[in-house]
Design a protein around this ligand. Sequence first.
Ligand SMILES: NC(=O)c1ccc[n+]([C@@H]2O[C@H](COP(=O)([O-])OP(=O)(O)OC[C@H]3O[C@@H](n4cnc5c(N)ncnc54)[C@H](OP(=O)(O)O)[C@@H]3O)[C@@H](O)[C@H]2O)c1
Length: 408
Amino acid sequence: MNSIKVAILGFGTVGEGVYRTVETHQEELAAVLGKKVEVVAILIKNKQKDRGIGNEVLVTDDFEEIMHLPQLDVIVEAIVGREPAFTYLQRSIQKGGHVITANKEMFAYHGEELKKLAEAHRVSVGFEATVAGGVPVIQTIQQLLNINRIKKIEGILNGTSNYILSEMRVNGQTFPEALKAAQDKGYAEADPTNDVEGFDAFYKLLILSEIAFGEKPVWESVPREGISSITEEQITQAENLGLRFKLIASIQLDGEKVIGSVRPTLVTESHPLFNIEGVENSVSIEGDIVGRITLQGPGAGMLPTASAVIEDLIHAVLETKLPEAEGTRRRSLHASRDQNRVQNWLIMPQGEVSLHRIPSSSVTEIESGYFLQANEQEISALRRQNRSASIFEVLGDYAVEKTVKVYL
Ligand SMILES: NC(=O)c1ccc[n+]([C@@H]2O[C@H](COP(=O)([O-])OP(=O)(O)OC[C@H]3O[C@@H](n4cnc5c(N)ncnc54)[C@H](OP(=O)(O)O)[C@@H]3O)[C@@H](O)[C@H]2O)c1
């Protein structure tokens, strides 16, 4: 029986997970594909490390050796950063291999180029693992797009930030303490900037925008804020009001415009993301026919991510033509938030607050600050007037009582 030959670029958490899963799930793969799947080559940087890889596999630090293999059906890319990953995938496609990537940063930058190149070479590009690890969000959106128009996607896309926020709330930790705990558990990198400053969620949001709406917004104009300035006092204040902080990435249709943001947001108990705790990811998708669907699961880790990669491998081999985002007519995207849409906000002041230009009927004073309804433009002005105040959007139904008392 002819086998499907696979090369894996990178043998870290993801690459190793894919290799081990192929090893342990040979029977299942053969049953679905009618062929054996064989990992024939693995690309790494450091050849000295002992990795427990079978002798029949070519382990190399030279990509050219992989390109010279006589048969290569699928190339799985699980290395870090834009380059050389992008170049390697271009070369792989030009050689006629299906490609699958877990590399969200590279794919946020170069996904469209890769998809176009793959189309020209009649191969597929799988990228399920780039967003929310094991949660099958990409395939769900592609499936929904057969008939639905996606109106909004909102999610917790970074497990590390969510873990830190949960630790701060449940165990009363400071941000540095919770970050250290996340690093000790292997959730956060030594340099956690991408996670805690919202870049990781931002890359994922761009990938989702592309499949749901057919385009990416202008990057520079998407508000992107992380969680590093959230204090334990603010977490307690929110908790006392029945609210929880979440790092929410959202992208949605507002009329014909698409608007998006990544920022710490307060959610109420009625909101589907309220109970997502720890390293979990969750994505809520709103379609015009189906309504709201919420997916939840492990957003990272060896086996959940391998599961997403193997699903892509099966699709690639079976040549299941995934529905392209056809219903997603190309639109001109306006990445900044709609300036006129009125939303709910909570102001946590430090000292006096000036609410100049906000109608008093829109403001409810509470012990620890103010709830108000305002649009983005008004909030931007408020932020300029009150530089030391923290201002957060509130998602979900919330009835404000003027008598709310918050004790720190
Ligand atoms: N970890 C997760 O749970 C997860 C989930 C979803 C997506 N991702 C994405 O998947 C990718 C891989 O993540 P990871 O956690 O598996 O990373 P990792 O543990 O740091 O492993 C990276 C691997 O890539 C190899 N590598 C790095 N640069 C290379 C180069 N220039 N040439 C050849 N090999 C190179 C490294 O080789 P050496 O072993 O020799 O150093 C290592 O084996 C990243 O883009 C990440 O964002 C990760």
